[in-house]
Design a binder for this molecule. Sequence first.
Ligand SMILES: Nc1ncnc2c1ncn2[C@@H]1O[C@H](COP(=O)(O)OP(=O)(O)OP(=O)(O)O)[C@@H](O)[C@H]1O
Length: 238
Amino acid sequence: MQSLLSANDLHVSYGAVEAVRGVSFDIRQGEIVAFLGANGAGKSSIMNAITGLVPTASGQVMFEGRDITGAAPETLAPSGLTLSPEGRRVFGTLSVADNLRMGAFALNDKDAVEAAYARVYELFPILLERKDQYAGTLSGGQQQMLAVGRALMSNPRVLLLDEPSLGLAPLIVDQIFDLILKLRDQDVTLLVVEQNVAKTLQVADRAYVLVNGEVVEQGKPAELSASGTMQDAYLGAN
Ligand SMILES: Nc1ncnc2c1ncn2[C@@H]1O[C@H](COP(=O)(O)OP(=O)(O)OP(=O)(O)O)[C@@H](O)[C@H]1O
């Protein structure tokens, strides 16, 4: 399979804090790849560096054969790479439909926008039901669906999901993981950061385990679960 998104020796620093220390990865078309690790392991920093939200200190990020290191976030969505950030940052005083519309800024014709709405409303019927409601009045799970829906409005080929199940009730968590599988069936390649290790390993094709900003292990879920590294990663051992 062809490499779609990759990083080579990626470093991210915040002043003296070295959050990401020489991370390399390679994601191929059609894969669901997970980044796992304890709080502060550097997962969000990797996602944010890929999408230009935080500066890359050194290293290289490639997307579809192009060097996108340090590219501005607004240039990436039009090229097919979109992040659904941690914390469901929806605009509470805008309607559900208007929140979705913001995700479609990269689409330049009305038919494409309508098709994107139709796809998101089919994936999340509750958003259609609530389309005129202020996003701030949605439940946590619905706001998460809106955040993912907004990212999907740009028709990404690669979708980065940062902690999509965080703080959600078990039933909604199951829906989020079902959605990840459904999106893969729609040819979306997924990079998922998660703390819900068990669920994530049920859907992921491969995972990278991070400790203190470094990849300590990678492989297929069955290989990882069999080793003690995962446990160490979550206990914060290094
Ligand atoms: N804006 C920032 N300024 C300073 N330090 C930061 C900043 N963002 C993250 N860090 C630090 O960088 C390290 C990695 O954080 P990051 O958020 O990438 O980890 P994470 O694995 O995503 O954790 P979490 O699961 O808690 O979101 C942590 O030590 C964190 O405190």
